[in-house]
Write a protein that binds this ligand. Structure first.
Ligand code: SAM
Ligand code: SF4
Length: 321
């Protein structure tokens, strides 16, 4: 079993399979984002070479992210291999290309999909993402629900951009069995745009929602990053994620692997190891796991400690969210 320096069990990996994206969300990357070369990215064989020993060490949950994961060629092949190794696989996607893959995902037992959507207005979608793909994303949402998938809709809350839509998003839960999650904006935008700071702290989001709705607190799962609520009579749920306030670090059970094999023990910290380089230099599974355990032995207590002295705001597409 993998444990960190603070005795936290590590059983969850977020795996970013590409840095590429078909959108340019302003809060995530600049329009002229420089993408990685193919050879810099972990191959599927290399991904399996690190994921297999992680599974053997007790990791049971994997989230596939990116960049936009469905841009990676033959993603279904990788998912098929991973689903034979891990009991729980979920995916975070912008939904533009996702629709046609839903039956295959279901057949692999992958039912948990986080769909990123920051506005319910087509014009504003284009402003935020620099691409006119709103209809495709809404179509994917409908499609996911028709296939009984577990959908979490992630909305990054940006002051002056989409805060007028908080109640509209909450209203979606009246008729749709989805969890709408409001996420504090973080500074990981590749420095393409100014970070609006903590104008929209999670408490302000909750206060705005409570002004209109009765929010009943739900019991949060042990490692949940969201504070979860239910509006009486609604089919879905509400979550608020204090991603910048970092209220949930104490129970963090996750590690991250970036597209280049960077190993992160905290979203706010640097890569502490590179598994691609280790694998390419011939390291065995045991050596790989030994190195991973060393990094966990010095893991920061929380995101504030991790960012100390080394604030660096890569694009989230390089980290995986
Ligand atoms: N492309 C996929 C998508 O957008 O769902 C997966 C990768 S994306 C980097 C993962 C998540 O990170 C998305 O929900 C996105 O909204 C979120 N994200 C990206 N940049 C962010 C930022 N600066 N602050 C908060 N969340 C961010
Ligand atoms: Fe692409 Fe996701 Fe980043 Fe938007 S948040 S630019 S969809 S990687």
């Amino acid at each position: 079993m993998l444990k960190d320096a603070h005795n936290r069990i590590i059983n969850y990996v977020r795996l970013a399979v590409t840095d590429r994206c078909n959108l340019r969300c302003t809060y995530c990357m600049p329009e002229n984002m420089q993408f990685l070369q193919r050879r810099e990215i972990l191959t599927y064989e290399e991904i399996i070479a690190v994921m297999q020993p992680l599974a053997a060490a007790g990791v049971s949950k994997v989230r596939i992210t990116g960049g936009e994961p469905f841009l990676r060629k033959d993603l279904m092949q990788l998912l098929s291999k991973l689903s034979a190794i891990f009991p729980e696989i979920s995916i975070t996607t912008n939904g533009v290309l996702t629709g046609p893959f839903i039956p295959q995902l279901k057949a692999l037992g992958i039912r948990n999909i986080n769909l990123s959507l920051d506005t319910l207005q087509r014009d504003k979608f284009k402003q935020i993402t620099h691409r006119d793909q709103f209809p495709a994303v809404m179509h994917t949402l409908d499609n996911l629900l028709e296939h009984d998938m577990n959908v979490k809709l992630n909305m990054v809350v940006m002051g002056g951009v989409n805060t007028d839509e908080l109640l509209d998003f909450a209203a979606l839960t009246a008729t749709k069995p989805i969890t709408v999650r409001f996420i504090e904006e973080m500074p990981f935008n590749g420095q393409g745009h100014a970070f609006s700071g903590q104008q929209w702290h999670y408490q302000r989001i909750l206060d705005t929602l409570s002004g209109e709705y009765e929010l009943q607190k739900l019991k949060d799962a042990p490692h949940s990053t969201s504070l979860n609520y239910h509006i009486p009579g609604h089919k879905g749920k509400i979550g608020v994620i204090a991603a910048y306030s970092r209220t949930f670090c104490g129970s963090c059970n996750r590690i991250r692997i970036t597209p280049t094999g960077g190993f992160k023990t905290c979203l706010y910290g640097h890569d502490v190891l590179n598994v691609r380089d280790l694998i390419r230099s011939g390291a065995s599974s045991d050596q790989l796991m030994q190195e991973i355990q060393y990094t966990l032995n010095t893991r920061a207590a929380d995101g504030f400690e991790a960012e100390k002295g080394s604030k660096h705001w890569d694009s989230m597409s390089m980290i995986g969210g």
